[in-house]
Ligand binder design. Structure first.
Ligand SMILES: Cc1cc2nc3c(=O)[nH]c(=O)nc-3n(C[C@H](O)[C@H](O)[C@H](O)COP(=O)(O)OP(=O)(O)OC[C@H]3O[C@@H](n4cnc5c(N)ncnc54)[C@H](O)[C@@H]3O)c2cc1C
Ligand code: FES
Length: 270
């Protein structure tokens, strides 16, 4: 316990940063986004990396909350978060206003491979709050000349937030369970899903990601999944976020959250 506390404290002390909120937008009832500016020089953030947010003013929330980096503007020194309200922590964050400060530990985790070169074609599959890390990824891929198809899904149109932000970075395809937007059905049933790609990236509900991974494996397509296991320390010390891989247990916070499916057969076949 003592050693664990030292590891967490040391890891976190190095990385704590104060940001101020410079913009806030509401997206339907459940989602909101925050644009944050760093007081000094912002550290580089790879697509798929995440931050651990300190939730202040809510006594029921002790642990920081992991949130993916949605967008980065290195020139402006800003980063954005896209957050779905699901409980006390995210509810408290949704009450923050422009001018408030936010305390982050960042950048954390191992992100998506985004150093691809043309003529690579990529499919990005997102569902629910899993859409969040895909915008920064799509921007990086587009900047490298990779052709992107971006396939986003949700139960209803309202639950696919910020979809318009993706249009400059690839062909945008949508799927909703109720048919209120785009293809009626699951993302894996969308015609764009079965086209050939060099790589598939996915983030969203676990059953969706497992189905995407199984299909990619069957088709021999390289695939990376971004897991959203519950976390506590966020830096590999408490082991509460472990996932079972073909190579044994791995910490999602430190070894992931992004994993290549090559060694994830146990996970996606479970
Ligand atoms: C690496 C990573 C990146 C993430 N990125 C984002 C993001 O960009 N945007 C976003 O909105 N959310 C993201 N999440 C999920 C987010 O961390 C949780 O929704 C948040 O911690 C919930 O806090 P809360 O206090 O509001 O809810 P709690 O009161 O802690 O929980 C409310 C409900 O949500 C469930 N829940 C909490 N955390 C998770 C989780 N990780 N997975 C599944 N169910 C959970 C709980 O079981 C409970 O039923 C991410 C999670 C991880 C691990
Ligand atoms: S959250 Fe503590 S080890 Fe991953």
């Amino acid at each position: 316990m003592y050693i664990c506390t030292i590891i967490v404290t040391r890891s976190i002390m190095k990385e704590i940063h104060e940001f101020s909120i410079i913009a806030r937008r509401q997206h339907g009832e459940r989602y909101f986004s925050l644009v944050l500016r760093h007081g000094g020089t912002m550290q580089p953030v790879a697509p798929g990396q995440f931050v651990e947010v300190l939730v202040e003013g809510e006594p029921g929330v002790m642990l920081r909350r992991p949130i993916s980096v949605h967008d980065v503007d290195a020139e402006a020194g800003t980063l954005s978060l896209l957050i779905q309200v699901v409980g006390k922590g995210t509810q408290r964050l949704s009450e923050l206003k422009v001018g408030d400060r936010l305390n982050l530990v960042y950048p954390l985790g191992h992100g998506f491979s985004s150093d691809l070169r043309p003529p690579t074609s990529a499919l990005l599959v997102g569902g629910g709050a899993g859409i969040a890390p895909l915008l920064h990824l799509a921007k990086c891929l587009k900047a490298s000349g990779v052709r992107c198809t971006i396939l986003l899904g949700g139960r209803t149109a309202d639950l696919i937030p910020v979809r318009d932000e993706f249009t400059p970075y690839g062909d945008l395809c949508l799927a909703t369970d109720d048919g209120s937007l785009g293809h009626k059905g699951l993302v894996i049933e969308h015609p764009a899903f079965s086209a050939p790609y060099d790589i598939i990236y996915t983030c969203g509900p676990t059953p969706m990601m497992k189905a995407v991974a199984r299909s990619a494996a069957q088709r021999g397509i390289r695939c990376e999944v971004s897991l959203e296991n519950m976390m506590a320390c966020g830096v590999g010390a408490c082991l509460c976020c472990v996932t079972d891989t073909d190579q044994g247990h791995r910490c999602v916070c430190k070894d992931g959250p992004v994993f290549d499916i090559t060694n994830m057969k146990k996970w996606y076949n479970d």
